[in-house]
Design a protein around this ligand. Sequence first.
Ligand SMILES: *Cc1c(COP(=O)(O)O)cnc(C)c1O
Length: 370
Amino acid sequence: MKLCIPVIGEREMALIAEVFASGHLAQGPKVAEFERRVADHVGTRHAFATSSCTTALHLSLAAVGIGPGDEVLVADFTFPATGNVVVHQRAVPVLVDVDPVTFTMDVEDLRRKITPRSRAVIPVDTFGCPADMERITAVAAQFGLPVIEDAACALGATCGGRPCGTPGTLGCFSFHPRKVITTGEGGMIVTDDDELAERIKLLRNHGGVGETFWYRYEAAGFNYRLSDVLAAIGIAQMEKLDELLSRRRELAGRLGELLADLPTIRCPADPPWGRHIFQSYVVMLDESIDRDRLVADLREADIETTVGTYALHDQPYFQQAWGYAAGQLPHSHAAFRRSLTLPLYPQMADEDPAIVVAALRKAIALQQGE
Ligand SMILES: *Cc1c(COP(=O)(O)O)cnc(C)c1O
């Protein structure tokens, strides 16, 4: 059983065929429609499609004016892109530990790490679990810092009743095949800020402002646009988003029930402040379990599993370039060591969660019998 399989079919093919027939393959009407659909779903005035969530995050930092020497507070337990984009703006990544239960930014550690050089905060909605955005935006507001929410995994999740991606200054989504909906590669920035929206539009397209039949270049921008070919896939995916999300929650509920009596595993759940969408179903293992051996044993049983995600401070780059030491952020370090992602995707059969859990019980029993 695979970890994840994208749900793509005839509808995606039909909309791609429309793009081919139009002859317009770069950013065009399909991108505009895809943006409108995402903006309508999360309820923002603006949405800008990008080539990935990594470029969405980079563009966001450039748009809010992050530059050399600025400190940007980043949740430590995340995909490395969240930290790398800070470096691309010649700014300083300041890594913030996570809450041990939800794996999202620890608000007290955030408060401790703010300095007079702090310029922005990047919380992460880890695995589709919303960060505590109400408290994070309150702390950020106290220090006048913009909040760029890495909502790569969280399209459709909510925080305090508000859609993920919207409580901060800017929100970024990913459409990589491992996420809730996909365009192959792709991303999007959402915001209600009209000025930042103009800046994002400018920087996404080389810094050019359209005149009559030519452009006036006002900034050293990027080409971070999405193609209409990929946006066509995104439109078809948005049509089934709600269905995909409810199936994910149903399967996650089933896994949770089946795992409830296993004392060596802690299951993911909704945090007190919002609604999880289980982009990945990541459990936390007891210290007594050898995670890497578990992954190998499950692979033997044809069940694909993997790590949760990465502790940035444990990676060679962040240690060599920024002086971090392994284990310095204890909760993120533990999560990197002892988290395990189980298979979860909408086309799983109703009986699949039981197959996964049976294999997991057997592999754990094997380790504990020694
Ligand atoms: C997937 C992911 C990214 C990167 O998204 P891409 O679209 O692949 O660039 C960034 N942050 C988090 C938390 C992610 O899960």
